[in-house]
Ligand binder design. Structure first.
Ligand SMILES: NC(=O)c1ccc[n+]([C@@H]2O[C@H](COP(=O)([O-])OP(=O)(O)OC[C@H]3O[C@@H](n4cnc5c(N)ncnc54)[C@H](O)[C@@H]3O)[C@@H](O)[C@H]2O)c1
Length: 445
C-alpha cells in the first residue's frame, strides 16, 4: 500500500492543486513543499501584509532545504508559477478542492481561543464542492474536530464522509528543520467518517516520505499530538528543576546532565531560560481543557508548566544574587541580553522566555540592551550590533544562540563589559575555561 500510494502521489503531483490555509511557521514551508513536489499551490492568509510580502518573494522565516534558503525557494516557486498567496478564501477555493488548514488555537489567559481556526474553516466551507478533501494540521484541544470543526461545515449542509472528506493529521515538525521534517517525520492521520482515507493519504504522500499511521479516531490523533508537546514540557521542567538544584549546590548542571545521559535509559534535555514558542507552552492548556470536560484531574503537567513559567524569573533571581555580591543595585546595573528568540537559531519570539527575562529586568529598574538580529519584532531595548549591546554593560546574559553570536568570546566580553563583568550563560555557549581565565564572572544554568 505505501509504495502504491507513493507512486500515485508523484504521478498526480504535476497537475494537483493544493490550497494551504495559514502561511505562518508551518503553512509556508508546507505550501512550498507541495510546490516543490510539483503541485500548483495557492496559500491563504488573513494578513494582507504577509500575502503581499510573500507574493513579492519576501519571508522572515529561518528555514532552509540543504543550501537553499526558504526565501530562495519561495522566489523560485513563484517564478515557476507553482505558488501564490491570496487573502481571498473564495479565490483559493475556486482553484483548490484539496485544502490543508494550519491555523492554530492561540492561548489567551490560559484558555485556547478557537476563533481564528473556526473562521478559517468557515471561510473554506463556503467554497467546498462535492468530493473536496480538507485536512486540519493544527494542534487542537482533543475532541475539537468533532465538536467544533465538523459543525462549521454542517452549517453549510456539508456532511463529512458523504459530501467531502474531513481529516486530521497534526503537524509534528520543528521550526528550523521544517523542510526536512515535513518529509522525514512519520505522520498520523484520523478521518471523520469512513470515507476518503485514500485521497487523504495521497495528498499527504506528496510531501511525507516517512510512514503514515492511521489512528482509530480523530480524538486519539488530537490527543497524540498534544501529549507529544506536553511530554517535552514535562521533560524540560525536570531539567529546569535540576538546574536550580545544581546551582544551589555548586554543581555544573551541564556536566551532570551530560554524564547522566551516558546511562542508556536516561535522556535529560538541556536546561535554559525557560520554554517558549507556540507549541510546547500551549499544549498543557489544550490538554487541561479536554481533561476538565471529562472531569479528569491533572497533577504532573500543571506542575511542569509552573516550573517552566517560572524559569525566566529564576534567571533574573540568579543574576540579582550575583549583582548583590558585587554591591550593584538593579537601578545601577546595565545588562546586555544576547538572544530574544524562543530557542536557539530561531527568529520566533512568540512566548519567548527571553522576552520575559527582559521584561522582568526592566521591571527591576535595570537598563537593558538586547541584541538578536534573527528576531524581526522591534522593541525599545533592541540594539543593532553585538558591540553596542555589550559595550558598557556590567553583565551579559545569553538566552538563545544565534549565528550572529559566532564572534562572541570570553576575550570580546572582557574587552567590552564593565566590571564586574558578569556572564550568565544559559546556553552553554562560551567556553567555561576561557571565561574563567579571562576574568569573567561566569554563571551557567
Ligand atoms: N510552529 C511550529 O513549529 C509548529 C510545529 C508543529 C505544529 N504547529 C501547529 O501548527 C499550527 C500553526 O502554527 P504556526 O506556528 O504556523 O502559526 P502561525 O501563527 O505562524 O501561522 C498561522 C497563520 O494563520 C493565519 N491566519 C489566522 N487566521 C486565519 C484565517 N481565518 N484564515 C487564514 N489564515 C489565518 C495567521 O495570519 C498566521 O499567518 C498551530 O496549531 C501550531 O500549534 C506549529
Amino acid at each position: 500500500m505505501p509504495d502504491k500510494m507513493k507512486s500515485k502521489g508523484v504521478n498526480k503531483s504535476a497537475r494537483t492543486q493544493v490550497g494551504v490555509v495559514g502561511l505562518g511557521f508551518v503553512g509556508l514551508p508546507l505550501a512550498l513543499s507541495y510546490a516543490m513536489a510539483g503541485a500548483s499551490v495557492v496559500g491563504l492568509d488573513v494578513s494582507r501584509q504577509l500575502v503581499d510580502d510573500l507574493n513579492a518573494g519576501v519571508t522572515y522565516l529561518h528555514e532552509n532545504r540543504g543550501e537553499e534558503s526558504i526565501e530562495e525557494i519561495l522566489r523560485a516557486q513563484i517564478v515557476a508559477g507553482r505558488f501564490r498567496a491570496t487573502a481571498e478564501p473564495l479565490d483559493l477555493m475556486a482553484h483548490c478542492q484539496q485544502v490543508i488548514i494550519t491555523v492554530g488555537l492561540p492561548v489567551r489567559r490560559g484558555r485556547p481561543d478557537p476563533r481564528p481556526l473556526l473562521e478559517a474553516c468557515r471561510s473554506v466551507a463556503e467554497g467546498v464542492r462535492p468530493g473536496a478533501v480538507i485536512v486540519i494540521r493544527s494542534t487542537l484541544v482533543p475532541g475539537f474536530t468533532d465538536r467544533r470543526i465538523r459543525p462549521v461545515f454542517e452549517r453549510f449542509g456539508l456532511q463529512p464522509g458523504r459530501d467531502f472528506t474531513l481529516a486530521y493529521a497534526p503537524e509534528r515538525m520543528a521550526e528550523g528543520r521544517a523542510f526536512q521534517e515535513l518529509e522525514s517525520m512519520p505522520s498520523i492521520v484520523g478521518v471523520v467518517g469512513e470515507n476518503g482515507i485514500d485521497r487523504v493519504l495521497g495528498l499527504l504522500r506528496m510531501v511525507v516520505k516517512a510512514p503514515i499511521y492511521r489512528v482509530s479516531s480523530v480524538k486519539a490523533a488530537e490527543t497524540i499530538k498534544v501529549v507529544e508537546n506536553v511530554q517535552r514540557d514535562v521533560n524540560l521542567a525536570m531539567v529546569q528543576e535540576l538546574a536550580r538544584f545544581c546551582e544551589a549546590s555548586g554543581l555544573d548542571v551541564f556536566e551532570v546532565a551530560r554524564l547522566a545521559n551516558t546511562h542508556e535509559r536516561v535522556k535529560l534535555l538541556n536546561p535554559g531560560p525557560g520554554v517558549g514558542g507556540y507549541c510546547i507552552p500551549n499544549a498543557y492548556y489544550y490538554l487541561k481543557q479536554a481533561a476538565d470536560e471529562v472531569g479528569c484531574a491533572l497533577d504532573l503537567s500543571p506542575a511542569a508548566r509552573r516550573v517552566n513559567d517560572l524559569a525566566p524569573a529564576a534567571v533574573v533571581a540568579l543574576l540579582g544574587k550575583e549583582l548583590r555580591h558585587f554591591r550593584l543595585t538593579w537601578r545601577e546595573a546595565r545588562i546586555a541580553v544576547l538572544g530574544l528568540a524562543m530557542k536557539d537559531y530561531s527568529g520566533d519570539d512568540r512566548l519567548s522566555p527571553a522576552a520575559e527575562v527582559v521584561r522582568l529586568l526592566a521591571r527591576k529598574g535595570a537598563s537593558v540592551k538586547a541584541y538578536d538580529p534573527a528576531v524581526k519584532r522591534s522593541s525599545p531595548t533592541k540594539v543593532e550590533s553585538l558591540e553596542e549591546c555589550l559595550l558598557g554593560s556590567h553583565a551579559a546574559v545569553i538566552l538563545a544562540r544565534q549565528e550572529a553570536f559566532k564572534p562572541v568570546s570570553a576575550d570580546l566580553m572582557v574587552r567590552l563589559l564593565l566590571p564586574p563583568r558578569i556572564l550568565l550563560d544559559t546556553r552553554n555557549m562560551v567556553d567555561q575555561g576561557a571565561a574563567k581565565n579571562s576574568g569573567l564572572h561566569l554563571i551557567r544554568i
